[in-house]
Each structure stands twice: as structure tokens, then as C-alpha cells.
Write a protein that binds this ligand. Structure first.
Ligand SMILES: [Mg+2]
Length: 253
């Protein structure tokens, strides 16, 4: 097939301002999972409750302040230090307890039908798949939780790779490791890829991997950490369908 863009594609391209540095020819799309594709109701209190339960019920320690609990999410590799300040010397044990509780609660949400599949997900993934754009997921949720979630919503077949967080919390976003792994699995180059996520951690992980970040705002979701994104170039969208007016998708083959 000819590599020359069709007229209709050119007209889309011309809508992008000349001065924009956003990449125009995209060959690979990576997504965050939670609150990007699948919504967790009351996300903030959902995860904060798990932290509280792990600290108080599993470690029998007193509860750290709300501010330090919030900071844990954005800490990257510094989580070891933060947990040590709370009196937790074995961070891996902390995440083991955390994931176990998350897994049980997530199953419960699925069985009660309380996880939300956003309405723009299937149309967007279908369109990208039709355009032969390789897609992957990079999530800080472990695979044993992410995969059943994807299966439940029949999303698994869209993705060439799903990089959940393994035992190595030090590779959690905003570290770029998961993004690199996904690009490698999909044979894609960072400069031809975008990463779509809802949180500042996603924007930072993308930037750290040299992938162009796209931040989606989902209604009723708490958006935090924007201050940390000052000076970083990324695009904001209100729905996944907006991707098609911002970018020109080009299949590698
Ligand atoms: Mg998310």
C-alpha cells in the first residue's frame, strides 16, 4: 500500500498548528489502565483505604498523615524512604499486602458490576486496531489484577502487550521501565509513540521514556499533580476520540 497520505488524512494534518511540536505520525499507542480505560469508583478513597488497612491491620502501625499517604503515589523510587518513615522496613512486604487487598476488592467490584468501562474505549481501540496500530498497556497495577479486568471487559485482544507491575515496585511509573518494555514488545520507537494516561505519573513516565504524553481527564476524577508537570509538553484530551484529531496514525507495515 502507498505510504503517501490520502487527501482526507492531509486535511487532518493541516489542522495541527505549524508551531506545535507534537509528533504527527504515530505508529504505536500505549495506555494506562485504571481511570483511563476502566474507571474505579471513588478511586482516591479506594486506594487510600487499602493503604490504611495495610498500615493498621497488616503492620499494626499508627496511620501516617494524609499528605504523606498521598505522596506515596508520586514517589517513584523514593517509596522505600517514605515507608521507612512510617516504620515499615520491608517495602516489598508492604506492596504484597497492598496487592492482595487490592485484588480481593477489585474482584468484588467486578462481581458487583461497579467497575466502569468508559464508553469511548471500544470505539477508539477498534478504530486503532483497524488502522493496524500496535497497542499496549502500562499499568502500576499488577497483572494478576489487570488481566482479569481486561478479560472481563473483552479488551485483551486489542493489546499486543500488557505490562503490569511485577514484584519490582522500583519500576513503577513515573519510572520509564514499563514504557520501555512495552515499546520493545511492540517493536516500536519512542519518537513514534504516544502514551495516554489520566495522571501526572503517566505524563512523567512517558516523558522519562521519550514518548509523547497525552493526559485524559475523566469526569468526576480527581486530577492532581499538575504542578509537577510544569515545563513538560503534553496534550490534554477530554475523550479518547480526540486522539484522532490530534494525531495522524500510520501503520508500520
Ligand atoms: Mg490511571
Amino acid at each position: 500500500m502507498s505510504k503517501l497520505p490520502k487527501f482526507s488524512e492531509l486535511s487532518v494534518l493541516s489542522e495541527i498548528p505549524e508551531s506545535s511540536n507534537i509528533p504527527k505520525r504515530i505508529q504505536c499507542v500505549l495506555f494506562d489502565l485504571d481511570n483511563t480505560l476502566v474507571g474505579i469508583p471513588n478511586t482516591y478513597s479506594y486506594f487510600d483505604t487499602i493503604i490504611q488497612e495495610v498500615v493498621e491491620q497488616d503492620f499494626h502501625l499508627s496511620l501516617p498523615s494524609k499528605e504523606t499517604r498521598d505522596f506515596l503515589w508520586r514517589s517513584g523510587k523514593n517509596f522505600i524512604e517514605i515507608l521507612a518513615q512510617w516504620g515499615i522496613q520491608n517495602p516489598h512486604q508492604f506492596w504484597e499486602y497492598f496487592d492482595k487487598r487490592d485484588g480481593i476488592k477489585r474482584q468484588d467490584l467486578i462481581s458487583k458490576g461497579q467497575l466502569i468501562l468508559y464508553s469511548d474505549v471500544i470505539p477508539t481501540l477498534t478504530r486503532l486496531q483497524q488502522q493496524k496500530i500496535p497497542m499496549g498497556i502500562v499499568t502500576n497495577t499488577p497483572n494478576f489484577i489487570a488481566l482479569p479486568e481486561l478479560e472481563h471487559f473483552h479488551l485483551k485482544s486489542f493489546f499486543g502487550t500488557v505490562i503490569g507491575l511485577g514484584d519490582d515496585q522500583e519500576k513503577a511509573k513515573p519510572e520509564p521501565d514499563g514504557v520501555f518494555e512495552a515499546l520493545n514488545d511492540l517493536n516500536a520507537q519512542p519518537e513514534n509513540a504516544i502514551f495516554v494516561g489520566d495522571s501526572s505519573v503517566d505524563v512523567l513516565a512517558a516523558r522519562n521514556a521519550g514518548v509523547y504524553p497525552v493526559r485524559i481527564s475523566r469526569k468526576n476524577k480527581r486530577s492532581s499533580g499538575s504542578k509537577r508537570l510544569q515545563g513538560i509538553q503534553y496534550s490534554k484530551i477530554d475523550g479518547l476520540i480526540d486522539l484522532f484529531s490530534l494525531f495522524h496514525f500510520v501503520s508500520i507495515d
